[in-house]
Design a protein around this ligand. Structure first.
Ligand code: CUA
Length: 334
């Protein structure tokens, strides 16, 4: 990279930083009530750091040239101290970090305390999927929320530490096993935004994605009612497919024959398979049901017992729908 290209990059970064509403080199456009203050503080710190970096490195280079060794010149004793200079480089940074602390702490408190009128959604993270549970018990793999409404997330993990990160909302918070952590946001514009896991949690960490769907005014409640009634409104096969997609099964089981960390669902129905303990099992209703509720009991040969239990997360009608779906994946072939 030539010096000219490098300078162009630096200028683009700085110019980008001046217009955070349009998204910048660092971040997508801010779409929550806290994004403006987060961005403002971030760019303030970036500007201060850039200013002092250039100043200090510049002065250093000038001094290296100006006071370099010259033939025949005697080295002088170093200055011991200079009170005005020392006070200057102490007081100015003190004022700056005081400012940064004040605004940072103020924003931090604001971001840690959800407003009293928040709509609560539970978040469950597990290797490697997200589950969002609404107040009526409905569970979805994407986060649906109404616009202009504070949303409080109560989060927990079934296994290791994950981290919920929505760049457009400027929120990121760890999701821990064995305790609840919280986050909240208020989306300011309807649309779809990316949700990432921001804590390395194993093989498929980078696939641990979800979408935040921000519904326009008045459209969230109808969506929730419709989505919650899927067992009544859909055929069992379609409902099973929806459950397969919504409950994180896609992470471990393919439906096209590709092996993942778990066996594929394609063409498996009715087959006799070997287990890790040397016994065999026929893939039928009972085996599918047991594998959902107690996945570690009968593990197919060639696989590890890595699937978490879904005890309490599938109702009986839901398990029936999944069974119909898995059945259909074997019938399509014939
Ligand atoms: Cu979950 Cu990374």
């Amino acid at each position: 990279m030539t010096l000219m290209q490098l300078l162009t990059h630096v200028v683009m970064l700085v110019v980008g930083s001046l217009s955070p509403d349009n998204g910048t080199f660092w971040m997508p456009p801010g779409k929550s009530t806290v994004s403006a203050e987060v961005d403002w503080l971030f760019y303030l710190i970036l500007a201060i750091s850039t200013f002092f970096f250039v100043l200090i490195v510049g002065v250093m280079v000038v001094f290296i040239v100006k006071y370099r060794y010259k033939e025949g010149e005697e080295a002088q004793a170093s200055a011991s101290h200079n009170l005005p200079l020392e006070l200057t480089w102490t007081i100015i940074p003190l004022i700056l970090v005081g400012f940064i602390f004040y605004f940072g702490f103020d924003s931090y408190l604001n971001m840690s305390t959800a407003p009293a009128n928040s709509y609560e959604i539970k978040v469950r993270a597990q290797k490697w999927s997200w589950a969002f549970v609404y107040p009526n018990g409905y569970e979805d793999s994407n986060l649906h929320v109404p616009v202009n409404q504070p949303i409080a997330l109560t989060m927990s993990s079934a296994d290791v530490i994950h981290s919920l990160y929505v760049p457009a909302f400027r929120i990121k918070n760890d999701v821990l096993p064995g305790r609840y952590s919280k986050a909240w946001f208020e989306a300011t514009e309807a649309g779809e935004y990316d949700l990432f896991c921001a804590e390395y949690c194993g093989t498929s960490h980078s696939n641990m994605l979800a979408t935040v769907v921000v519904h326009p005014e008045g459209e969230f409640e109808p969506w929730l009612v419709k989505a919650s009634n899927f067992l009544e409104t859909m055929t069992p096969i379609d409902a099973g497919r929806k459950l397969y997609q919504a409950r994180g099964c896609t992470q471990r089981h393919s439906v096209d024959g590709t092996p993942k960390t778990g066996p594929t669902f394609k063409g498996v129905w009715g087959k006799t398979e070997f287990l890790t303990n040397g016994e065999t099992v026929v893939v039928d209703e009972n085996y599918v049901r047991e594998s959902i509720l107690e996945p570690a009991v009968k593990v197919l040969k060639g696989y590890e017992a890595v699937m978490p239990t879904y005890q309490g997360r599938f109702t009986d009608p839901e398990i029936d729908a999944v069974i119909e779906y898995i059945k259909s994946l074997s019938q399509e072939e014939e």
